[in-house]
Design a protein around this ligand. Structure first.
Ligand code: GAR
Length: 195
């Protein structure tokens, strides 16, 4: 059984979908949910689902990313994951950290990459007048929001969309896409999924 660790920073709705999917279908085991933010609501939710949790507050390390990542690595290595899923994890990881998990670390990003890496993706899609938006699951490489694309899901942009309404519709698709990609990834499939 493949072991899956999930890194979050906030509400953790994508993390919850991944955990539910694994627990329902039994194709992998969620072995750790870790957050860089002690106030992340997802930590309590994960605990209620019986998943071990860890919190490493990045603010305790100031600008020292390497020191933060050294602490994050402790529970992560102890959990011995086969795959690490970033699910709303909002810290940029150093190349050293990424290389430890290269080829087995996934991320979900709320845009149709390569469009709009980084932040404010929905606002940028609206300002560009894009007819559609969506989300991407990709392998993590040392370049931010880069790496081989494993799946995308699309939504039409409505004329009266705000960044918030668009984000909410994209999030529904994120919840479909990420578990579907993880199931395939665990089974060894690297071809791209389009929903
Ligand atoms: C999701 O929309 C995810 O795609 C985005 O943060 C949200 C987290 O929601 N991730 C990024 O922007 C990463 N750069 P969640 O905590 O409810 O899953």
């Amino acid at each position: 059984m493949k072991r899956i660790a999930i890194l979050i920073s906030g509400g953790g709705s994508n993390m919850l979908r991944l955990v539910e999917d694994m627990q329902t279908l039994g194709y992998a085991a969620p072995v750790l949910v870790a957050s860089n933010d002690p106030s992340a609501a997802g930590i309590a939710h994960a605990g209620r689902l019986g998943v071990p949790t860890a919190v490493i507050d990045h603010r305790l390390f100031g600008k020292d990313r390497a020191a933060f990542e050294a602490e994050l690595l402790k529970p992560l290595l102890a959990a011995a994951p086969d795959v690490v899923c970033l699910a709303g994890f909002m810290r940029v990881l150093t190349p050293d950290f990424v290389r430890r998990f290269e080829g087995r670390m996934l991320n979900i990003h709320p845009s149709l990459l390569p469009k709009y890496p980084g932040l404010h993706t929905h606002q940028r899609a609206l300002e560009a007048g894009d007819p559609e938006a969506g989300c991407t699951v990709h392998e993590v490489t040392p370049v931010l929001d880069d790496g081989p694309i494993l799946g995308q899901a699309r939504v039409p942009v409505a004329p009266d969309d705000s960044a918030e309404s668009l984000a909410a519709r994209v999030l529904v698709q994120e919840h479909r896409l990420y578990p579907a990609v993880l199931r395939r990834f665990v089974a060894g499939t690297r071809t791209r999924l389009d929903l």
